[in-house]
Structures are given as structure tokens and as C-alpha cells.
Design a protein around this ligand. Structure first.
Ligand code: ARG
Length: 461
């Protein structure tokens, strides 16, 4: 067994089962770029402050860069006996530069502030990556909205036909959600942007280290104010996982709609072959598995948030080994979000819209009933009365299996003498959509403006 970094006070070796139970290298290996980046900055700082000699600083820096290159090339073999990423890297450093030099790097530092640093650096990188991915999906949504600007579809409430809307308006609703998701990830970035080194195990360090230098070197906006807080809270991870959960909730709703819309009952869209799967028994099938898996993985992302909240709730200050278990939840959620963004951008981009079918569906379900009532309101009928009159018209139409616009004027006038010839124009599909001109409504000019704004926002022009 490899000698333990902390082995000094122990008279017995650690049981293999205890080691396997407590090791984290199988998942925290992926923090290596941050751990090494943090250690290089720390070595430089120790050098500047006179805790290690200049030539030793250089040797440490060079060795750490070599280790980084080796890990990047996947040529480093991680040793499970060394527990975690921090000790694996420290041991590799000592092998290269000797214990007399390598053993000085941990001056005034603990794995507790080291792991806090690594995770904060990781979150900052990932939050920005996710933001980029969100923008790709937004671009795809906006491109579809623009391409299908004239496609009308039934808008739904309770999954029942409600009022007609432009498909573009519906797609842009998702754009709005993703804009807010971007903001949430940026907030998570800010929450993570606090430099914890110098907190050491929990109480801070007696060495006069230069924390400002570390923050600058590692591109952090702020220093942590309290060493106990810095090593023991994971609220910034909860903020990240909460942003992940909200984003997946949005993607899951979109997935649900894509699944419905590509069914033969709806037939509103067809997904590209490249983003669907077939059946091993039914040769005719083309299934929306990607959307289904996104819907399912949303559950895992919710679960990860709940795991972390539960993990934190009873922990006394400061560091407890429980905190090691933050990583699998965070990595899993981030991976799911990134993979989802990766596959959704092209899947949305290649979606084929069946505008004819959507328009056909607009004829069913009395989508213009509200507008018929509004017509009467404009003739000074109180809305409640108008609502009742149109209710009767609809009831008649259901019995006759007719659409409102199919009724002759004389028939309509039996319900209200205020109906005139111009009513047909007012309740036509185009008029119904384009009358909704109040800001935020589905009228074509509004939607066109929204597309232009979104494109500008994303630098798409
Ligand atoms: N692998 C540990 C973690 O992820 C690193 C910190 C270990 N600190 C300790 N006191 N055992 O939390």
C-alpha cells in the first residue's frame, strides 16, 4: 500500500474496505486542471512571500505543468490508494521534485480549502460553458421561429384548443425561459467567484500569505471573508444545481411537446432521422427517444439538487467528509445539462414543421370564440353577456358539427342582432392572431420584432 499523506500518527494501515469506501479519485480526478492551476498559483505565491526559494518554486511549477500535460494526454495513472485528486497530484509532484521541495507546497494550505477552490473554479468554467450551450439552443429556436414565421397553430390550455397563435410565438416562449436560465447560471458563476485559499483546514493560517495575489492569479472577483464558511458551505453548488434543475424543467416541457407534436395524432413536426430511433420489432417506427431521455434525466437532475440539500442540512461546521459527496451530484447534473444542450441545438435546428397540419387543426375547437365575444364587446355588450351569447353559438355549432364561421349571418343574428357581415373578417384566423397586438401578444408584427430583438441579442445578424 502507498504511504499515506496523513499516516504519521497511525500504527495500523487503513483497511482496504475503508479505503475503497472513502476514496474519491474515481470521480474527483476530473478536477485535475483546477487542482494543478490552484497549486501553481499557490507555489508562486509562496515563492513571492519568501516561504520557498525561487528555484524551488520554478521546479514545482515545471513539475506541475508536466503532470498537467500527462493528465491531459490521459497518460497519468491515478492511484486509488492515494484517495483523491489532491493527494494523487501531490504524490506525483514529490516523485518529480523530491519530498524536500514538493513537501513545502502544502504550507498554510489544507485539502479543505484546496477542494473548495477546485470546485469553485470548476463551477465558474462550467457555468460559462453552459451559457454558451444555452445560446446555441436559443439560436436554433429563433431560426425555426423565423423560418416558420407564418405558421399558425392552436394554442392550448389544459391541452385543449384555446386560441390560435403563431408557432414562432410559441417557440419564442422557450427562448424567454432560456434567457432566464442564462441569468441563473451567471448568478451561480458569481456565487462561485469567491477565492477560499488561506482558510486552510478551518481556522485560517498563521503564515502571512498573499490572498490577494492568489485571487488575481486565479481570476477570482472576491476573497472569502470567513475561513469556517469558506471550507464548509456548498450553497454556491446548490445554486448551480438549482439552475440546472430549472433549465431541465424547461427542456422537459419542450421535450414533452416535441413528443406530442411528432405523434400521428398531432403531426405538427417531424424530427430529423438523425435525432430519432427505430424499433427492433416494428419496422414503421420513428421514436423521439432523445426528447424522452431528456425528460427522464430531468428527474435525475432534480434528485441531485435534493441530494445536496439533504446532505447539507444537518452538517455541523466546518468541514465534514460528507462534503465529498457533493461531487457526484454536481458532475452528474452538469454533464446531463451539457449533453442535453449539445444534442438539442441540432435536434431543434433540423426539426421539420408541418404548417399545413397545424393550420388545419386551427379550424377545430372554436379557437375564434373569444374573438366573437370581443366583437360584441366592441359593440358595447358587457363581456360577461357576450361570453354567454357566444357560449350558446358554440353549443349550437357542436350540435350541428360546424365551425362558427360556417354559420350564415342570419343564423348568427338569431343569437345577437349585433352581428353584421364584417364579423367573418374579424373572426378569421389571420385577424384573430394579428389583433393580439398588445405588447407580448402573438400578432405577427410583435413576433417579428421579438425575433429581431432575440437575433440582435445573440449576434445572429
Ligand atoms: N476528497 C475530499 C473531498 O472531496 C477532499 C478533502 C479532504 N479533507 C479531509 N479533511 N479529509 O471533500
Amino acid at each position: 500500500m502507498t504511504a499515506k499523506l496523513w499516516g504519521g500518527r497511525f500504527r495500523k494501515e487503513q483497511d482496504k474496505r475503508a479505503l475503497l469506501y472513502s476514496q474519491s479519485i474515481t470521480f474527483d480526478y476530473r478536477l485535475y486542471p483546477y487542482d494543478i492551476g490552484g497549486s501553481i498559483a499557490y507555489a508562486k505565491m509562496l515563492g513571492r512571500c519568501g516561504f520557498i526559494k525561487k528555484k524551488d518554486t520554478d521546479a514545482i511549477e515545471k513539475a506541475l505543468s508536466d503532470i498537467l500535460a500527462q493528465m491531459d494526454a490521459e497518460k497519468f495513472s491515478f492511484d486509488i490508494d492515494l484517495e483523491d485528486i489532491h493527494t494523487n497530484i501531490e504524490a506525483a509532484l514529490v516523485t518529480r521534485v523530491g519530498a524536500d521541495i514538493g513537501g513545502r507546497l502544502h504550507t498554510g494550505r489544507s485539502r479543505n480549502d484546496q477542494v473548495a477552490l477546485d470546485m469553485r473554479m470548476y463551477v465558474k468554467d462550467e457555468a460559462l460553458e453552459i451559457r454558451g450551450g444555452l445560446q446555441q439552443v436559443r439560436r436554433a429556436l429563433i431560426a425555426q421561429a423565423e423560418k416558420n414565421l407564418d405558421a399558425v397553430m392552436p394554442g392550448f390550455t389544459h391541452l385543449q384548443h384555446a386560441q390560435p397563435v403563431l408557432l414562432a410565438h410559441h417557440l419564442l416562449a422557450y427562448n424567454e425561459m432560456l434567457v432566464r436560465d442564462e441569468e441563473r447560471f451567471l448568478k451561480a458563476y458569481e456565487a462561485a467567484d469567491v477565492m477560499p485559499l488561506g482558510s486552510a483546514a478551518l481556522a485560517g493560517t498563521s503564515f502571512q500569505i498573499d490572498r490577494q495575489f492568489l485571487a488575481k492569479e486565479l481570476n477570482f472577483a472576491k476573497l472569502s471573508n470567513n475561513s469556517i464558511d469558506a471550507v464548509s458551505d456548498r450553497d454556491y453548488l446548490i445554486e448551480l444545481l438549482s439552475a440546472c434543475a430549472t433549465f431541465m424543467m424547461h427542456i422537459s416541457r419542450l421535450s414533452e411537446e416535441l413528443i406530442l407534436w411528432s405523434s400521428s395524432e398531432f403531426g405538427f413536426v417531424e424530427m430529423d432521422d438523425a435525432f430519432t430511433t427505430g424499433s427492433s420489432i416494428m419496422p414503421q417506427k420513428k421514436n423521439p427517444d432523445i426528447a424522452e431521455l431528456a425528460r427522464a434525466r430531468t428527474a435525475k437532475v432534480y434528485g441531485n439538487l435534493m441530494t445536496l440539500l439533504c446532505l447539507m442540512k444537518g452538517l455541523p461546521l466546518a468541514y465534514n467528509r460528507d462534503l465529498q459527496e457533493d461531487k457526484p451530484c454536481v458532475f452528474d447534473s452538469v454533464d446531463i445539462v451539457r449533453d442535453t444542450l449539445d444534442v438539442f441545438a441540432p435536434m431543434i435546428e433540423t426539426l421539420v414543421v408541418n404548417a399545413k397540419r397545424m393550420e388545419q387543426e386551427c379550424k377545430a375547437g372554436f379557437l375564434n370564440a373569444t374573438d366573437l365575444a370581443d366583437y360584441l364587446v366592441k359593440k358595447d355588450v358587457p363581456f360577461r353577456q357576450a361570453h354567454a351569447i357566444v357560449g350558446k353559438v358554440v353549443s349550437f355549432c357542436i350540435r350541428e358539427n360546424a365551425a362558427i364561421e360556417d354559420l350564415p349571418l342570419e343564423k348568427l343574428q338569431e343569437f345577437s342582432p349585433l352581428f353584421q357581415k364584417d364579423v367573418y373578417k374579424e373572426i378569421s384566423l389571420a385577424a384573430v392572431i394579428n389583433s393580439r397586438r398588445a405588447p407580448g401578444g402573438t400578432a405577427r408584427p410583435n413576433v417579428l420584432k421579438a425575433i429581431r430583438r432575440a437575433k440582435k441579442d445573440l449576434g445572429m445578424e
